[in-house]
Design a protein. Structure first.
Length: 198
């Protein structure tokens, strides 16, 4: 009788240990997954010390019209590099402004508020910070510069950069359609209640 009792107790202990090991493995997996998610989000592009300085509602057109009103203010703008030149003062960028997404990355849209200039007071390799690349800048508005753009004089808002973030290149997306009738430009309807109906 006692042997049977001890045998059952021993079995329960073994089962508990196995269950605890499984729970421990599950907990370990959950923690690894959480850590992976945190790292995959990436570091924020806005340093905490600059976050409070940014004036989020200042637009390029406002600065073009009333530069003195916004001189000395800090903004976060972004877009596509059009030109990048190394000068004695630093690296000068001409940027086509694009709206930013919630991460601060310039969106790929055919809409722009205009162009602006950035001076980064240090050397940056213009082969890397090349035309076509996307950047986000946190910078202080220094005023405007009127420069030739084709046959016109263009008013560029001029920023002195406090931080520049160069965004990684995104691979080109290629849609592969395994069946010709799933191609979106296929002119005929394929499916019930009509088959091959225009």
């Amino acid at each position: 009788m006692f042997l049977k009792f001890y045998f059952i107790l021993f079995q329960d202990m073994v089962l508990c240990q196995k269950r605890n090991k499984k729970v421990g493995k599950v907990n370990k997996f959950i923690w690894i997954f959480v850590i992976f998610l945190l790292f995959s989000c990436g570091a924020p592009i806005v340093p905490p010390e600059l976050k409070k300085e940014i004036m989020p509602n200042i637009t390029i057109s406002q600065v073009q019209k009333k530069p003195q009103l916004f001189k000395g203010k800090t903004v976060m703008w972004g877009g596509e590099i059009l030109k990048s030149i190394n000068k004695k003062e630093g690296t000068l960028f001409e940027v086509l402004a694009l709206p930013l997404d919630r991460r601060g990355r310039p969106k790929q849209v055919d809409k722009s508020e205009g162009r602006f200039l950035i001076l980064y007071k240090d050397y940056l390799d213009v082969a890397i910070y090349a035309p076509g690349r996307k950047i986000t800048v946190i910078g202080e508005i220094k005023g405007i510069k009127k420069l030739p753009l084709g046959e016109i004089q263009y008013t560029y808002p001029f920023l002195e950069a406090k931080k520049i973030h160069l965004w990684e290149l995104r691979p080109e997306r290629v849609d592969i359609y395994h069946y010709w009738f799933t191609y979106p430009n296929y002119p005929l309807w394929y499916g019930p209640p009509y088959w091959y109906w225009p």
